[in-house]
Design a protein around this ligand. Structure first.
Ligand code: FES
Ligand code: FES
Length: 159
């Protein structure tokens, strides 16, 4: 999240536990602790990863982005957060940070221009929402994809 953390952890401590306990970033949620639910998804050097499956000692010097690092400030949410709000895609909200980080990683990643709705549906299915309310999440994902694609295509004004 664009700030350095200097922490000392046992070799077997997961990235998820380290983020929560040593960095105070409790927005990263832990569900299954075995790589299935996706609640713990964060970005590691831009790639979505299951932080319950990584040891913190595997990522010294990596750029880790968590849900706390998405909004520019309280009044300026990330476009994916804004789409979730608009579509009511946060139900109990436990899984939401994982969905947000998954989608931000994918929609800003190298393959973002090649995503269609079917591929987006497949990507969203990687994370579990126990409220079974995938429709608003998918609607938000599709809207965010369209918005971010339009931004990519908008030429920057000359400096
Ligand atoms: Fe990491 Fe479920 S807590 S995938
Ligand atoms: Fe995802 Fe409830 S909103 S588990």
């Amino acid at each position: 999240n664009d700030r350095p953390y200097d922490v000392e952890v046992p070799a077997r401590k997961t990235l998820a536990d380290t983020l929560r306990e040593d960095c105070g970033l409790t927005g990263t949620h832990i569900g299954c602790e075995q790589g299935v639910c996706g609640s713990c998804t964060v970005l590691c050097d831009g790639e979505p990863v299951r932080s319950c499956l990584m040891f913190a000692v595997q990522c010294p010097g990596a750029r880790i982005r968590t849900v706390e690092g998405l909004a520019a400030d309280a009044d300026r949410p990330h476009p994916v957060q804004e789409a979730f709000r608009r579509h009511g895609a946060l139900q109990c909200g436990f899984c939401t940070p994982g969905f947000l980080m998954l989608l931000v990683g994918v929609l800003t990643g190298p393959d973002a221009a090649d995503l269609d709705d079917e591929r987006l549906r497949e990507i969203v299915s990687a994370n579990l929402c126990r409220c079974t309310g995938y429709r608003p999440i998918l609607a938000a994902a599709e809207e965010a994809a369209t918005l971010l694609a339009a931004r990519r295509e908008t030429p920057r004004p000359p400096e």
